[in-house]
Each structure stands twice: as C-alpha cells, then as structure tokens.
Design a protein around this ligand. Structure first.
Ligand code: SF4
Ligand code: SF4
Length: 329
C-alpha cells in the first residue's frame, strides 16, 4: 500500500521548527519509514514544480511553520493547501505570528529604511532598496514582494490543526503524526496540546500564592530569581496564567518566566489582553489595600515595552493584529 505523502514547508521563521523535527532523534526513523516525504526544502532537493505535479488533495498532510510575510510564502502555502488533505500550522509563528509578528509594530517602509539605510553596519551610499524586479546586464531578476503585514497561516489559508510552541516539543509532534497516521484526530481547528493553563502543570505552582500581590515589576536580569518560587510572586511577569500547557515547562525549568509561545487556552480570544487583565487584577494588592491611580500608573510604567511583552508571540493573531502606522495610532 502506498505510504501517505507528507510535506514540510517554512515561511517567516528562524528554522527552529525544522530543528524540532530532527529533534525526534531515533523516532524520526519510524516517521520517515511510515510516510513518503514529498517536499521539505530545508532537507531535500524538491522544487515547486514537484509539488505542482501532485494531484490536488493527494498529499495527506502539510506541516507548515513560520508566519506569512512575502508573496512567495503566500503562493507556496496556497499551493500546499490545494495539494493537501490536511494542513497543520506548525509552531508559534504559523499559529500566532510568533516573533516575526512583532514586526507588525512597524511597516515595510520603516523596516526597509532601518535595515537598508539607517543601520550603522550598512554600506549602502546609494540608498538602494530591494525591488521586486530589476535588470542587471540585460537580465531580469525578481524578488518576492515583502508584505506590509505579517500574517498567521490561518489568515492566508484554511488550517486544519495547530501544533503550538517555539518550537513544538518532540512528544507533541510525534503524538500529532501518530494521530494523523491512525486517523484519530480531534475536531478540525483543534490545537494539538492540552487545554490547561501552564500554571496548572508548572512545578512552581505550589508556591504561587492564592492571591499574588505585586507592588513592583522586575525584569529577569534585575534579580537573581529563586528557582523554587513562582516568578509572579517574585515580581517577574510570567505568561503562565494566560498560556496553554504542553511544553514541558521548558522556560520555567531553565529559571525563566514563560513568554507565552504555546498561545492561549481555548476560551481565550486574545492572549495579550488576558495576561494584561490578569496582571491588572493582582497588581498592587497588599492585603485588601487598593492602590491609588498614580500608584497604578507608576507600576504599569515599570513595564518596558508592554505591547511587545504581552504580545510576545501573538501580535498578528491578536485583536490588534498590527500597529496602525498610517493613522499615527
Ligand atoms: S505564574 Fe509562571 S511561575 Fe508561577 S505558577 Fe504560573 S507558570 Fe509557574
Ligand atoms: S514556558 Fe512558555 S514560553 Fe517557554 S516553552 Fe513553555 S509555553 Fe513556551
């Protein structure tokens, strides 16, 4: 019997999700043995024409990582969507926009100005900017268009499942591949990870006070954090209350607060707003004493880059999606 065809593709990402597949270690042999990999640009020399040659819907599943930033990425994910029975958004960037999505605080014009003209390491006296078409020695060269806005995968194509994480951990990847091969998948649109908050599984949860009181926010480099004590109780902003579990508490175990790469649990529409409202509900309560408005303002002022922090991984997927630079907002 023919093995199911599987494709991997990367869009705007760091490559960590590709590493995560290799991190399956010897388990990758079972995966490779059970499927026919028909596209994996980072590892195998397939071309776009190879993908085009497959019948529509004949690829069992495409795992697509990275956010969508360029016209080439958009074209490829639309092609893979057409060819695939299932599409899995693989990792935080495809799922939520991820770190590349923080570029939505800027636009193409300001990014190009900074990267190609203003950056101190540049040597570009002519101020040349990338062009989608240019002629060199009579030959026409093309580049993909760099879109103004970073989008999540499901803002471009229909997505069947989401594998969260920066990067998704090997046990979740293996669980997803096994579920697909055995046809034991949950309802369409599901995130293939537990629907509990990270605090529920965190080893520091026992030290999380019933009601955390915060009179001061600190950043991880400003204190020597106690690895045995809930970070929020130490004044460090931790996204655990607003983040889905399943990562193995990787950051917590490395003595760092969570930054939210698994995204929100099912009932939460906007992860950044959720962490903000959680912090607002606990900040400044000493016993039953309430802070004055000025004290609250001073406390919030201690948070460096609040929008970037609260939407660390999820700006394109949020209600905000991007900063509206044209209206000066
Ligand atoms: S807030 Fe962070 S450190 Fe505290 S219990 Fe939740 S995940 Fe753990
Ligand atoms: S602790 Fe948070 S940021 Fe770190 S891997 Fe887990 S979900 Fe992602």
């Amino acid at each position: 019997m023919a093995k199911p065809k599987v494709a991997f593709y990367w869009c705007a990402s760091c490559g960590g999700c590709e590493e995560a597949v290799v991190d399956l270690a010897e388990d990758i042999l079972a995966v490779v043995g059970a499927v026919d990999i028909v596209f994996w640009p980072v590892a195998l020399d397939f071309k776009k024409s190879d993908v085009e040659a497959h019948e529509d819907g004949s690829v069992a599943v495409s795992f697509i990582n990275g956010a969508v930033r360029t016209s080439e990425q958009e074209e490829m994910v639309k092609l893979l969507r057409r060819k695939s029975g299932l599409v899995v958004a693989f990792g935080s960037c495809a799922h939520l926009g991820g770190i590349p999505g923080l570029a939505n605080f800027h636009d193409r014009k300001s990014i190009f100005e900074r990267v190609y003209k203003e950056a101190p390491s540049n040597a570009n006296p002519g101020g040349v900017l990338p062009q989608t078409q240019t002629t060199v020695d009579g030959k026409e060269l093309t580049l993909p268009e760099f879109h103004d806005t970073v989008r999540t995968l499901d803002q471009v194509i229909d997505v069947d499942y989401y594998l969260p994480g920066c990067a998704p951990p090997p046990d979740l990847i293996l669980g997803a591949v096994t579920a697909i091969l055995e046809g034991k998948l949950p309802e369409k649109g599901a995130v293939l990870a537990p629907d509990k908050s990270l605090c529920d599984t965190c080893p520091l949860n026992d030290s999380k006070p019933e009601k955390v009181s915060l009179a001061e926010f600190k950043r991880p480099h400003q204190i020597l954090a106690d690895p045995e004590k809930c970070y929020l109780a130490q004044g460090l902003i931790c996204h655990g209350p607003a983040t889905r579990s399943g990562c193995g508490e990787r950051c917590i175990n490395a003595n760092m607060p969570c930054r939210g790469c698994f995204g929100p649990t099912k009932g939460v529409r906007d992860q950044g707003a959720k962490i903000l409202s959680f912090l607002a509900s606990i900040a400044g309560l000493e016993g039953e004493e309430k802070m004055t408005d000025e004290e609250v303002g001073r406390l919030i002022g201690q948070i460096d880059d609040p929008a970037g922090l609260f939407y660390f991984y999820s700006l394109p997927a949020s209600l905000l999606k991007r900063k509206n630079l044209r209206q000066g907002a």
